[in-house]
Design a protein around this ligand. Structure first.
Ligand code: GDP
Ligand code: MG
Length: 178
């Protein structure tokens, strides 16, 4: 590890949601990518300054195995934040959020599940100018409220819309939970 890392806070953020919702695209925007073949996951790092703190987000993405197998404990271990993603145009990807939320809590087993920082992203809001969306913003916000007020962002990986804001929120909430 780089010596300068000692002065930084390192946060592990994992990104979960159905295959095809845009998890990898959301992360590919402007991150450094390092492939970790042994655990079948990618992680990317992003540096942020929050107040006087230098924060390194280590953002973990699946290598596609969310489609057919469980992700394994290395993926979940030590997570500081969990970003859940669905596609606003595909209702099924919203319906499965509950399972991803449960699976995270079961696998990562955080000390206090009630205060653990989650963030929800409703992605692909660019498609068809919003005319093909199946899940309204209100419905998504109700779900977030029912899970203890999870912050919600509508995003587009294609148009790079609201992604910075979402990751900043993830970082701030992780710091606040330390
Ligand atoms: P993952 O399986 O969750 O990692 O999803 P991917 O990032 O591989 O994206 C699946 C498909 O959706 C790809 O064809 C992407 O180009 C497309 N995609 C991802 N995000 C967006 C978005 O915000 N808008 C649009 N229109 N397409 C997107
Ligand atoms: Mg992917």
């Amino acid at each position: 590890m780089d010596f300068s890392m000692k002065r930084r806070t390192l946060l592990k953020v994992i990104v979960l949601g159905d295959s095809g919702v845009g998890k990898t695209s959301l992360m590919n925007q402007k991150f450094n990518q390092q492939y970790k073949p042994t655990i079948g996951a990618d992680f990317m790092t992003k540096e942020l300054q929050i107040d006087d703190k230098l924060v390194t987000l280590q953002i973990w993405d699946t290598a596609g195995q969310e489609r057919f197998q469980s992700l394994g404990s290395a993926f979940y271990r030590g997570a500081d934040c969990c970003i859940l993603v669905y596609d606003v145009n595909v209702a099924r990807t919203f319906d499965t959020l509950h399972n991803w939320h449960e699976e995270f809590l079961k696998q990562a087993d955080p000390t206090d599940p009630d205060t653990f920082p989650f963030v929800l992203l409703g992605n692909k809001v660019d498609i068809d100018g919003g005319h093909s969306r199946m899940i309204s913003e209100n419905r998504a916000r109700e779900w977030c409220a029912s899970k203890g007020n999870i912050p919600y962002f509508e995003t587009s990986a294609k148009e790079n819309y609201n992604i910075e804001e979402a990751f900043l929120c993830a970082a701030e909430n992780s710091l606040a939970n330390e």
